[in-house]
Ligand binder design. Structure first.
Ligand code: NAP
Length: 250
């Protein structure tokens, strides 16, 4: 158990999630660094946090699988204590292609990780945070994408649509749990310098697109983490149901 407020970051082992984990630990959270496959990457983030005097725990779980989500939250209950902040960050995209070529397997995989996963994690968090259940309240931040507004034509409309669903969950859940002491907000990052673009089959996607971004460059993951952690902080105490675009002007 930890005396520090507890934050669960899904997909905390790489990219935006890892930047958020390091920053959150530096700001006094005990951080659960969730990952799906890459245990070494999660261990590296935990190692960095511990070297800096922080508290962190790596927990493997596929957010798309209900039994694994249940085990994730039970592990955190036991090892760190009651969750105060959930960052629904884990997300995937698949190879760039038009909708006309997408098969059902791909659509199910993308929706399972990007929509069902955040719903399951939010459910477990609400059950623990709700003042209606004797909880102490809390905050959920959903990591969406500017793709929800732009649609990602010719690349991954399925991914964009999954983030649209996540945005709607942010709006609806925020209203549902506001009176239970829980705030729910979203961040829509623009193009950010992580490995996710390689999953789309174009590791150099940033080079191709950065001049179309009004700020003329991709975001550093830490720039997205700042927005996530502001929404998670008491400084955002009157902000709920909001979705913050962090897209460099896109
Ligand atoms: P990333 O570098 O590809 O990292 C993805 C992280 O999610 C990894 O830690 C990965 O763990 C984990 N993950 C993937 N599927 C999972 C699952 N089913 N269960 C648990 N963990 C899972 O991605 P990123 O670019 O940092 O993206 C983070 C979030 O920001 C995503 O929701 C993404 O859609 C969103 N976003 C990113 C960008 C961008 O340009 N990078 C822009 C807008 C929005 P393993 O390594 O173990 O698989």
């Amino acid at each position: 158990m930890s005396d520090l407020p507890v934050m669960i970051i899904t997909g905390g082992s790489r990219g935006i999630g890892a930047a958020t984990a390091r920053m959150a630990a530096g700001r006094g959270f005990a951080v659960c660094v969730n990952y799906r496959k890459n245990a070494a990457a999660a261990a590296a983030v935990v190692g960095d946090i511990e070297k800096s005097g922080g508290r962190a725990l790596a927990v493997g779980a596929d957010v798309a699988v209900e039994t694994e989500v249940l085990a994730l939250f039970q592990t955190v209950d036991r090892e760190l204590g009651p969750v105060k902040v959930l960052i629904n960050n884990a997300g995937i995209l698949e190879r760039q292609m038009p909708v006309a070529e997408m098969d059902a397997g791909r659509l199910h995989r993308v929706m399972a990780t990007n929509v069902v996963g955040p719903f399951l994690c939010a459910r477990e968090a609400v059950r623990r945070m709700s003042t209606g259940n004797g909880g102490a309240g809390g905050v959920i931040v959903n990591v969406s994408s500017m793709a929800a507004r732009l649609g990602s034509p010719h690349e991954y409309v399925d991914y964009a649509a999954s983030k649209g669903a996540l945005d709607t969950m942010t709006v609806g859940l925020a209203k549902e749990v506001a009176a239970l002491g829980i705030r729910v907000n979203g961040v829509r990052p623009g193009i950010t310098d992580t490995e996710i673009h390689a999953s789309g089959g174009e590791p150099d996607r940033i080079q191709r697109l950065q001049k179309r971004i009004p700020l003329q460059r991709a975001a550093n993951p830490a720039e997205i983490a700042e927005a996530i952690l502001w929404l998670a902080s008491p400084a955002a105490s009157y902000t709920t149901g909001a979705i913050l675009d962090v897209g460099g002007g896109l």
